[in-house]
Design a protein around this ligand. Structure first.
Ligand SMILES: Cc1ncc(COP(=O)(O)O)c(C=O)c1O
Length: 389
């Protein structure tokens, strides 16, 4: 099968499948174009569906085992794609990445202690801290004249000096689209080492880095003494978020064991029979699909840039180095996210409100371009109508 533009142009009808992005009637009016929830409107690699159908065809769904083949599927993938050397002992299975963020906070900080975030950032980062009774320290990313965000290392160090115990980093970063480079990650690591801060890096968007940038895995920079855990999943990469499976990865086995104990204590159990079958197929047989997808997304991004330039010249989009999510400053049109979303929904398009990523996101909206081109064009047309209303 060819994973060319015609495969991705075809998309896949999702309305009526109980999917959050198309069927959540509390947000999305009937007929609206959804450019919000971060999954993609494409069919998965066929091997994934075939593996699931095969497993479903054996009509007994009793307790299953996580086998060496499951671990090898992810570690071999990381070796092939990123030259990263991880073995089965460096992995722990999780139900999802957000579970990993929450377990990390619970394991490596005490109630009332400070956890730092580089903001704006994917909403559940903040929830992982506050729901667990820890104190959130928001370290704002700095936006340059070119709308590109960078880390203010002086601000980060000031936060660390105030007693921060853990830092949660999103790499690549949702929503600002940065693929942190090696120098930036090394500086973050150096500060964590200097101040004894435990570091958790959510690398769920690892595969969505656009050339000429490249993804730098945090584990390629650390030693087993470093207090660092990476979180990864096939969920974004292969569009299988509904299967709910992820990994904590690291060379510091004391940290992995601590996460394991916390999971055991809180009854967090992984090993869903379908999640295992689907993700094993994804990691082992999904790469041609993934390469086709990346070429398609790169073209979508160019299209989006052109449409915004031509139709919405006052939108300021941050350069998208990674992810299929564009961070748009719409404040020249309307300063309030709530009002922006109201106008968008009235015009028949849904984006994600910038404030989902924290107060720094007021006046911004996040647009998901992981969809067929025709859907993207229609969505932007409606966005134009919305902001001009
Ligand atoms: C940075 C980031 N982390 C985690 C998640 C959610 O991952 P999971 O469904 O595995 O919890 C998302 C989803 O959008 C995300 O963007």
């Amino acid at each position: 099968m060819q994973f060319d533009a015609s495969f991705f142009d075809a998309g896949i009808p999702r309305a009526g499948t109980d999917c959050e992005k198309w069927d959540d009637r509390q947000v999305l009016p009937e007929g609206a174009v959804p450019l919000w929830v971060a999954d993609m409107d494409f069919a998965c690699a066929p091997d994934i569906g075939e593996a699931l159908t095969r497993r479903a065809g054996h009509a007994c769904y009793g307790y299953t085992m996580v086998t060496p083949a499951d671990d090898a599927a992810v570690t071999d993938f990381l070796r092939r794609r990123h030259g990263l050397s991880v073995s089965a002992g460096d992995t722990r299975l999780l139900p999802c990445v957000v579970t990993g963020l929450k377990l990390f906070v619970r394991c490596f900080t005490a109630p009332g202690e400070q956890v730092a975030l580089l903001t704006p950032v994917y909403g559940p980062f903040s929830a992982a801290v506050t729901l667990n009774g820890r104190q959130e320290v928001r370290v704002p990313l700095q936006r340059g004249r070119d709308n590109r965000y960078t880390i203010d290392f002086d601000l980060l160090e000031t936060a660390f000096k105030s007693g921060v115990k853990a830092l949660l980093v999103c790499s690549p970063h949702n929503p600002v689209g940065r693929a942190w480079d090696e120098d930036e990650l090394r500086r973050v690591l150096a500060l964590c080492r200097a101040y004894g801060v435990a570091l958790c890096v959510d690398e769920i968007h690892a595969e969505f880095v656009f050339s000429p940038r490249r993804f730098v895995p945090i584990l390629s920079l650390v030693t087993p003494e470093d207090r660092v855990v990476s979180l990864m999943s096939a969920s974004k990469t292969f569009n299988v978020a509904g299967l709910q499976q992820a990994y904590a990865l690291g060379y510091n086995h004391e940290m992995l064991d601590a996460l394991g104990r916390e999971m055991a204590a809180s009854g967090v159990v992984s090993g869903n029979v379908f999640a295992l079958a689907g993700t094993r197929a994804a990691w082992t047989a999904g790469e041609m699909w993934l390469d086709g997808l990346m070429a398609y997304l790169a073209d979508n991004l160019r299209l989006l840039e052109r449409l915004l330039r031509e139709d919405l010249p006052f939108v300021r989009m941050s350069p998208v180095e990674a992810t299929y999510l564009a961070w748009l400053d719409l404040s020249s049109y309307e300063g309030s996210c709530a009002r922006l979303q109201e106008k968008c929904l009235r015009a028949g398009v849904a984006l994600t409100e910038g404030t989902f990523f924290g107060p720094e996101g007021e006046g911004f909206m996040r647009l998901n371009f992981g969809c067929p081109r025709a859907q993207l064009e229609e969505g932007v047309k409606r966005l134009k109508r919305a902001v001009q209303s």
